[in-house]
Design a binder for this molecule. Structure first.
Ligand code: SF4
Length: 354
């Protein structure tokens, strides 16, 4: 049966049959540290009889989150090192993140900003801070793209989103506004006419990067919400995190990427999991990730290929970490691998006949 409201506490999870009462104490320790929320749509997708359910793994807290490794960091991708004013992260020359809100409809157990999001997190940007953030964008003509992230910017009301978009509309050098969100999947009913009108109200080109990690998340309701967005002229791309026990097998990854493409969402980034505190149970090695990404080559259409990305800890930005398929032998000669893993000389060796 579908819950009527989001599950936000250990008691809620126990009542819904998603947490065992015997684990109450340890899960309460997790809840005291990291926010919990599971929307009715995501709770309905969980099979409580499956201890390895990939949806539960993403949203139901686990005692493993209390294990913190020395290499894990509170700000794993180094937002703080590039924040000139509150709410802005300016890491790359032509784009900024605008973190207007630090609330999400669901709280992912592997979240890279888990120390900042949630009811005890950084909250919503106050109006004075918002003024300073817009002044910063207006004062930097090199900023071509503004990426609204957080938190999930689509938890803001259409009225507040429209007001942000109107302020961006007034800044000529901003041409692209991108939203990073899970809402079309986890709370599809929010994607209504008012929200779509707000997303388009700046007159800029609007992109929406949808975060989803398992093909089951693309429910009928989620697919309909994405169709409403794309039909309205919003360009959609995907973002997924490669997660142990969720999508770390070739069939699941292929099905996820195909589901995106079938719904007119171009696979964009597949993130290697960040070094967020208490998330080591989600991390695979880069070598394992490379093998999984390589398994997509040839197996599924070129449209379905995401870029495998690592955010370098310390705020050094993103780098592509797919295994190389080319080896430089010098003198303009290379060895290239095909999708079966077989190697070939490029240019091909020419045999001269007498
Ligand atoms: S929706 Fe994004 S910001 Fe929110 S908890 Fe999940 S990963 Fe973190």
């Amino acid at each position: 049966m579908r819950a009527m409201r989001a599950l936000k506490s250990i008691d809620d999870l126990e009542e819904a049959g998603l947490a065992a009462a015997a684990r109450h104490a340890e899960l309460s320790d997790v809840a005291a540290r990291y926010a919990i929320a599971i929307t009715p749509a995501m709770a309905a997708l969980i099979d409580p009889a499956d201890p390895n359910d990939p949806i539960a793994r993403q949203f139901v807290p686990d005692a493993a989150e209390l294990v913190r490794l020395p290499e894990e960091r509170e700000d794993p991708i180094g937002d703080g090192a590039h924040s000139p004013v509150e709410g802005i992260v300016h890491r790359y020359p032509d784009r900024v993140l605008l973190k207007a809100v630090h609330v999400c409809p669901v709280y992912c157990r592997f979240c890279f900003r888990r120390e900042m999001v949630g009811p005890q997190g950084l909250g919503t940007l106050a109006s004075q801070a918002m003024d300073k953030a817009f002044a910063y964008i207006a004062d930097h003509p090199e900023i071509w793209e503004v990426i609204l992230t957080g938190g999930d910017p689509l938890v803001l009301s259409p009225r507040r989103l429209a007001s942000i978009m109107e302020r961006l509309a007034a800044i000529d050098h901003v041409k692209i506004v991108r939203f990073h969100t899970r809402v079309p999947v986890v709370e599809a009913e929010r994607v209504d006419e008012a929200l779509i009108a707000a997303l388009k109200s700046s007159g800029k080109t609007t992109y929406l990067a949808l975060h989803a990690n398992h093909p089951r998340e693309l429910t009928t309701d989620a697919r309909a919400a994405c169709a409403r967005l794309v039909d309205a002229g919003i360009v959609m791309v995907s973002q997924s995190v490669l997660l142990k026990g969720v999508n770390d097998d070739p069939d699941t990854l292929a099905a996820l990427m195909r589901a995106f493409v079938e719904n007119r969402i171009k696979p964009y980034y597949l993130h290697h999991p960040d070094l967020a505190p208490g998330t080591s149970h989600f991390r695979l090695t880069i070598e394992e990730g490379q093998a999984l990404v390589a398994s997509l080559r040839g197996r599924v259409s070129g449209l379905c290929q995401p870029t495998y990305i690592l955010d370098i800890p310390g705020g050094h930005g993103k780098t592509v970490v797919s295994a190389s398929t080319i080896e430089d032998n010098g003198g303009g000669c290379y060895t290239v691998s095909d999708f079966h893993g077989e190697t070939h000389a490029y240019p091909p060796v020419v045999t001269v006949k007498d």
